[in-house]
Every structure is written in structure tokens, then in C-alpha cells.
Design a protein around this ligand. Sequence first.
Ligand SMILES: *Cc1c(COP(=O)(O)O)cnc(C)c1O
Length: 239
Amino acid sequence: MDTMELKHRIAAVQEKIAAAARAAGRDPGEITLCAATKVQTDDTIRAAIAGGIKVCGENRVQEMTAHLAAGAYEGARLHFIGHLQTNKVNKVVGKAELIQSVDSLHLLQAVNAQAEKLSVVQDILLEVNIAGEESKGGCPVGELPRLVEAAQAMGHVRLRGLMAIPPISHKPGANRPYFSAMRELFVDIKGKMSDNQTDMTCLSMGMSGDYEDAVAEGATLVRVGTALFGPRPPMGAAR
Ligand SMILES: *Cc1c(COP(=O)(O)O)cnc(C)c1O
């Protein structure tokens, strides 16, 4: 895809986000477009940033490391959005500004330990398996309170919000109940936090097929790949 085409697509997605926000009585400025850059080249990522992308979301540690080495993310912020193994946290903590995909106590502890080692505080989201899908990442809804409590007690992670990846939707509106349930969890956790913990600002949900629905239900960050970059080869489609 050439640079102009990419720029047009970015603008089109941003307009749809803004329209969905206004329709829901929300300020479009509350919503961040995160470009899901998995399988894209350094040049495509640079073109996306030149075209207005301010946040890149990367899935795979190896790709992220290579893009970082090439300086491809320059001019944008970097989030990690993919499944993270505890033995790879040292490649992500302190490099990605936000790790969106923390989904177990084990991983939370590993991230905190690595952040402590680097003397940094790592911003994280807790990923929730909101649809209760067998083969998916994300913590079960029932485990969320325990993870929230654990994160709050740790000195080197800062809980910024929640993330979810509901089923790929082919029907408009199909995921709205999941998005709405996520919003309830988000509001509930925020409400339970003491006054000095107002760091919970990010509700990451919505992808190419359903980001407008997610915005209507309260998303503050949407992760969009295909609608910006076109279809990925089948290998890249796996999470
Ligand atoms: C690939 C990916 C996306 C974007 O998916 P599209 O359907 O291509 O927009 C969003 N979130 C995560 C975690 C992803 O892996």
C-alpha cells in the first residue's frame, strides 16, 4: 500500500471513531487510535506514523525488538498488545510504554520484578477474557479482583486500566454486550480505588470489525490493524 493510501485510511478510521464518539455524546479527543502493526515492515510503520498514527501496538516480542532496533517507532508511543511469556518480559518491560496484555498473577509478578530491576514503574492494563473463550488469553472475570489487588500492592507496576479481545465479530453489534460488560468492570474498579489512584484511564477494546461499537460502549483506546493496513497473510492472523 502506498503512503497516500495509508494516510487516507488512517484519516477515515479517525473520522469514524470521532463520529461514533459524537453519536454516543462523547468527546472524540478521549479516544486513542492504536495501530496494530503486527507483520508490518519498518517502512510501513514509519509511513503510518507520518500519516498521523501516535500509538503503535505490537504483538510479538521478536518483531518489536527488530522494529525498535531499526528505530521504526520513532515519533509514536509503543504499546505491547500480544500474549507475553514470562521468560520474555525482560524484552518488553521498560521498552513498551504500556503493556496491555497482563493476564495472570505469574506474569504480573514477573513484570513487577523486571521493572524493579530496572528501577522503573511499568504501566500495564489487565487483559480480561470477557467472553470466557477457552483458547484465549486474558484472565477470567472472576480472577480480576485478585489481580487488581495484587497490582495495586506492587511498587513497580501502575495499573492504567483494562483490555479485552472479544470474539472476531462478523455481525454489527455482536460484541456490544461484551464491550458493555467491560465498561462495567472498568467503572467498578475505578470506583473502588482510593482518591489518589486515579491512574485508571484506559479501556482498550475494539478492532477493525467492531471499533465503532466499542467507542459507543466507552472504549478509550481502539486497536486497529486490518482497516489501516489491509488484510494480513494467514500466518499473521494468528495471535
Ligand atoms: C491484530 C490485533 C488487533 C487488530 O486486529 P484487526 O482485526 O486487524 O484490526 C487488535 N488487538 C490485538 C491484540 C491484535 O493482536
